[in-house]
Design a protein around this ligand. Structure first.
Ligand code: HEM
Length: 486
């Protein structure tokens, strides 16, 4: 400031303005204040909506708080006061966060008026994910991608592969002891998505030095560093798998996708990267969270174990659960659903762009006007914690998903239980992901018992790490495993 002032003092003004030079400091401070105010000013058309304090938001970022913590501290109070939507400042703009289940549903039902926003060019993250894929496209291109991806995903649910990988994981777990569980679940889901979706064995469970895993972790850690170029090497590795798959088809989703000739090479590759990214961190986070809650509540773990053992009492497939046996495990299913609610892997959905003005009515009758041009985010964590929708929302209570009538269950899934989003753009792999967890959890319960060390950093509540995709992924989660009593 003093340098600027001395430079300004040296500046030659017309003679009649010279006496006003003494006011430079005041004028300059005013300009700075106005500049800052303009920077954070809410556009006129959004001013009717409540806004989360910029200072508190920036402070939360400065303190390095992760997404779910920020949402619970700063946005949830608005949801619990009955506000259907709130403005949040992020990366130079104001975004409308939807906190209401009815508005979330209405928005998701109209993918033409509320398409996904295409992120700005040049961000490294998107250089890796690519733009020509099911996750970022809209309109006719999305329909084409969605059809190919969904057909590939629905062809079969690879529960046999999930069991084989679970056994591989158990070998790695040895005699148990204190294990870095979020790392092991990540290795499991990486191999699951690798073998079943991409048709490539990353060998992450067995090989702690798997070059693919190393490269991916390195890229994710450095994603905020614009000078980083290894991303191109990673993309090239995916291109290599694609080229190989074309010559060597297998029993995997990429092979099924390649049977459809309606995509070009960039599109196949970008969709592979999407499978890889969307398919492993999310399920790894979900598995870590489920194991965490079961460690914190041993009585729940034991009840689930008894259910699994009863369902598998006559198992003839070497401890690998069959579809029919999995169907006999409603309590385990309720535990998985509850864990996906209470530590939902995806905290909020990709921003949507409003193409026209509209007034939405929330579930409590309160209206929210969302003008054309707004960026809208459906905030899953806020909806999963809203007191009006859930009793004791911070508690892990699987019973809330037990004995629901079919219509109640449908109502939950279509409105307030949103781990996989809703509407036609909901996760096309929800079935895949649910079975992946059901198989691994059933086998774990059958074979192992686990507890959380009393000095764990998660004792007071689950702690997620930083994720460039705003995912809730427990970090530094160590659990104590021992073979389960038969
Ligand atoms: C527990 C695990 C998972 C969770 C919680 C989850 C959640 C979600 C959510 C919330 C969305 C919607 C995002 C949005 O519209 O803003 C989504 C989309 C998607 N997910 Fe998943 N997902 C999981 C596992 C998977 C797996 C295993 C795969 C692939 C193998 C996958 C592939 C996709 C794809 C391709 C989309 C984009 C769909 C579209 O835009 O039309 N997901 N997922």
């Amino acid at each position: 400031m003093s340098t600027i002032l001395s430079t300004l003092n040296d500046f030659q003004l017309p003679a009649e303005l010279e006496p006003y030079k003494a006011y430079w400091p005041v004028l300059l401070s005013g300009a700075v204040v106005l500049g800052v105010r303009n920077l954070f000013a809410v556009p006129r058309e959004l001013r009717h909506l409540p806004k989360v304090s910029v200072i508190r938001t920036l402070w939360s970022f400065i303190r390095g708080e992760v997404e779910d913590v920020r949402i619970k501290k700063l946005l949830l109070p608005y949801a619990n006061k009955g506000e259907p939507a709130v403005l949040v400042y992020a990366l130079g703009r104001w975004i409308v966060h939807v906190l209401d289940r009815k508005i979330a549903k209405d928005l998701s039902a109209d993918i033409v008026t509320y398409p996904k926003e295409v992120p700005p060019d040049g961000l490294l993250l998107w250089r890796f994910v690519g733009y020509q894929n099911v996750i970022l496209s809209n309109g006719e291109a999305w329909k084409r991608h969605h059809k190919v991806v969904k057909t590939a995903l629905d062809r079969n649910v690879p529960i046999g592969e999930f069991s084989t990988l679970a056994k591989k994981l158990f070998v790695q777990m040895g005699n148990g002891g204190l294990l870095h569980w979020n790392d092991l679940t990540m290795r499991y889901t990486l191999d699951a998505v690798g073998t079943t979706a991409i048709g490539h064995d990353f060998d992450a469970i067995n090989n702690h030095d798997s070059p693919f895993v190393k490269k991916y972790n390195h890229v994710m850690e450095s994603i905020a560093n614009p000078a980083y170029l290894a991303i191109d090497e990673l993309v090239a590795m995916f291109q290599g798998i694609l080229t190989f798959k074309k010559e060597n088809p297998g029993n995997d989703m990429l092979t099924y996708m390649l049977e459809d000739k309606n995509m070009n090479d960039t599109e196949y590759r970008d969709n592979m990267v999407v499978f890889f990214i969307a398919g492993h961190d999310t399920t790894a986070g979900a598995m870590s969270s489920l194991s965490y809650y079961m460690a914190m509540k041993p009585e729940i773990q034991q009840r689930a174990r008894e259910e699994v053992r009863a369902a598998m009492a006559k198992n003839t497939t070497n401890g690998e659960p069959t579809m029919a046996e999995l169907a006999q495990m409603p309590y385990l299913q309720a535990c998985i659903r509850e864990s996906l609610r209470v530590n939902t892997p995806i905290t909020y959905m990709v921003p949507r762009a409003a193409m026209k003005d509209a007034v939405f009515t929330g579930s409590n009758g309160k209206e929210a006007f969302i003008p054309a041009g707004s960026s809208i985010i459906t905030n899953i964590t806020a909806i999963h914690y809203k007191e009006d929708y859930w009793s004791n929302p911070t508690e892990f209570i699987p019973e809330r998903f037990m004995n629901l009538s079919e219509s109640q269950e449908k109502e939950y899934d279509a409105t307030q239980w949103l781990p996989f989003a809703l509407g036609s753009r909901m996760c096309p792999a929800r079935n895949f992901a649910m079975y992946e967890q059901r198989v691994l959890a059933a086998m774990l319960l059958n074979e192992w018992e686990w507890t959380i060390p009393s000095d764990s950093e998660h004792i007071a509540g689950i702690k997620n790490g930083f994720s460039p995709f705003a995912l809730s992924l427990p970090q530094n989660l160590y659990l104590n495993f021992k073979p389960a009593r038969k």
